[in-house]
Unconditional design. Structure first.
Length: 254
């Protein structure tokens, strides 16, 4: 199974670099569409838009609709759950009548579980209601390995100025414990930090990908790559688990 991960596109219509953010996402989708073999799925790990507005989501949806693989989205701290749900409701995978953007995708050899870590601030949260729902999702199927996607990384990120990206350690430890005790989570993939990072959730490999929005991306890049969006491709092998590759979108801006 092959998963392309994108994150932190921060689509906005009222900032000086609005056109570049839109172009970054469009270039990334075009590059993913050109992969051979094509990924089985594309997962956007949140901060799809910057202000949570309906018109921003309409722009993001229009670009993501050009993807040749199914697209699944998460809520980041800049997203608005109501507007996100409305924008992507036609896709059919978002759980109706549930307050959180949290769900499982069952159609692949690896189950994809998307978690909602959105809080009222910049840092993440994971309340007991979300924990109970995660437990139900995990227990609904007991054979397949699970890949978990979150916006906020549930591990200590040593790169960058902030190491903990949850409101408090208790919320992060609550999530970490649930993922560990499931016994079948084989990887955790996150966004939010806007830079590449890796770590572990207990014994589970975990990764953070850079922001697709190049003007918001952190980390050191050669001059000729600073304006080129990067994304990650995760390939699953039943014996070896996931291997991940960071790819540079090679298409040029118009």
């Amino acid at each position: 199974m092959i998963i392309a991960q994108i994150s932190d596109t921060h689509i906005a219509l009222d900032v000086p670099n609005a056109d570049q953010r839109i172009s970054d996402l469009a270039l990334t989708v075009a590059d993913i569409n050109a992969l051979d073999p094509l990924p089985d799925a594309i997962v956007h790990t949140g901060d799809i838009v910057h202000n949570g507005r309906q018109d921003e989501y309409a722009q993001a949806v229009a670009i993501l609709a050009k993807a040749r693989a199914p697209v699944y989205v998460l809520a980041g701290n800049k997203d608005n759950r109501t507007n996100l749900r409305e924008a992507f409701s036609a896709s059919g995978y978002l759980v109706p009548d549930f307050d959180f953007i949290q769900y499982a995708i069952e159609r692949y050899p690896v189950r994809l579980i998307a978690l909602d870590t959105l809080s009222s601030g910049n840092k993440g949260a994971f309340c007991r209601e979300r924990l109970r729902h995660l437990t139900d999702l995990v227990e609904a199927e007991t054979a397949k390995p699970i890949a978990v996607f979150t916006h906020h990384p549930p591990f200590v990120v040593t790169e960058g100025p902030d190491q903990i990206h949850f409101q408090n350690r208790q919320a992060m430890l609550r999530l970490r414990s649930a993922l560990h005790h499931s016994g079948r989570v084989v990887a955790v993939f996150s966004g939010h930090v806007h830079r590449a990072a890796s770590g572990h959730v207990t014994d589970i490999p975990a990764m953070v990908m850079p922001a697709i929005a190049t003007t918001l991306r952190h980390g050191q890049y050669p001059a000729h790559l600073k304006s080129r969006p990067v994304y990650q491709v995760h390939r699953f092998d039943p014996i070896w688990g996931f291997t991940s590759e960071t790819r540079i979108a090679r298409f040029q801006r118009l």
